[in-house]
Write a new protein. Structure first.
Length: 244
C-alpha cells in the first residue's frame, strides 16, 4: 500500500476579525504557515466584491501561506460580503465542489469538497460549517456524508472536518455510525474546547476520518497568536493516508 503523511488544519477564521477585534486576514495565513500544514481548511472566509481581487481574503491567505492551490465555496450573504469555506493545499486538487447544506428558514450553509492528490493518493476532504440547531446539524451531516459516499466510494481515504457548532456533543455517535473515527476526542469525550478562543468552553471544531487513514497525532493550538487571530482555535491533525 502507498502511504503518504498529511498535516491538516481546520479553523473558523471569523471573517478575518480576531478576538482583539482587529481585521487582519494576513495573520491568519501566517499562523497557518507556522503550523506547517499540507492542507488548511477554513470556515467564514469572506468574498467582498467591492475589493480588488488582489485584496481578497482568499488571495491574502494564499500569499501568506505560500499554498499554490485553493478552492472557495461561498454560501451566506452578509453586509460585508458573501462568506463560506475555503481549502488551501500544497497538493493539487483532482476535483472540487461546493455542496449546499442549507436547511429551509436557516442560515445558508455549505461544505466544500476537494479531492486532494497527495503524491498519487487521492484524499477526499469535506470542509463544512454546520448550523446551530441539533436537528439542523444532523440533517446537514447526513447530507454531507451521503455526498462523500457517492464521491469517494467505500474504500478511499476520507476526512470530514470543520466547525460543527455541536455544543451537545451529538455528532460523534452519528459519525461513528457512518464508519468514521474522531481524530481528537471520543464518543464519550468531545476533546479540547476550541470556542471562544480566549476562554474555550465548546469543542465545536472537529476532524473525523474514514478508510485507510491513521491519525498519528492531533491537537488544538492555544498559542497567543492563534487566540488573538480568531474567535475559534485551530485544530491540527497529522495523518497517514494510503491507497490499496
Amino acid at each position: 500500500m502507498t502511504v503518504r503523511r498529511l498535516r491538516l488544519v481546520t479553523w473558523n477564521i471569523h471573517r478575518g476579525r480576531g478576538s482583539d477585534r482587529v481585521l487582519d486576514v494576513a495573520r491568519i495565513g501566517r499562523e497557518l504557515r507556522a503550523h506547517g500544514a499540507d492542507v488548511a481548511c477554513v470556515q467564514e472566509i469572506v468574498a467582498n466584491r467591492r475589493l480588488p481581487p488582489e485584496r481578497s481574503q482568499a488571495r491574502l491567505i494564499a500569499e501568506a501561506t505560500g499554498f499554490p492551490h485553493a478552492a472557495v465555496g461561498l454560501n451566506c450573504v452578509r453586509p460585508e460580503g458573501v462568506y463560506g469555506n475555503a481549502t488551501f493545499s500544497r497538493h493539487p486538487f483532482a476535483a472540487a465542489e461546493n455542496v449546499d447544506l442549507s436547511v429551509r428558514f436557516q442560515i445558508h450553509r455549505g461544505a466544500l469538497w476537494t479531492a486532494v492528490d497527495a503524491g498519487g493518493v487521492l484524499v477526499h476532504i469535506l470542509n463544512a460549517h454546520l448550523g446551530f440547531a441539533g436537528l439542523e446539524q444532523r440533517a446537514q451531516f447526513r447530507r454531507a456524508i451521503d455526498f462523500l459516499d457517492d464521491a469517494a466510494g467505500a474504500s478511499a481515504p476520507v476526512v470530514f472536518l470543520g466547525d460543527t457548532n455541536d455544543w451537545r456533543h451529538r455528532l460523534h455517535a452519528a459519525a461513528i455510525a457512518r464508519g468514521f473515527a474522531p481524530a481528537i476526542g471520543s464518543a464519550e469525550d468531545p476533546g479540547p474546547a476550541t470556542f471562544p478562543s480566549t476562554a474555550p468552553l465548546g469543542a465545536l471544531d472537529k476532524i473525523f476520518v474514514r478508510g485507510p487513514v491513521r491519525v498519528v497525532r492531533a491537537h488544538v493550538t492555544r498559542t497567543a497568536a492563534a487566540r488573538a487571530a480568531s474567535d475559534h482555535l485551530p485544530v491540527v491533525a497529522d495523518l497517514e493516508v494510503g491507497r490499496a
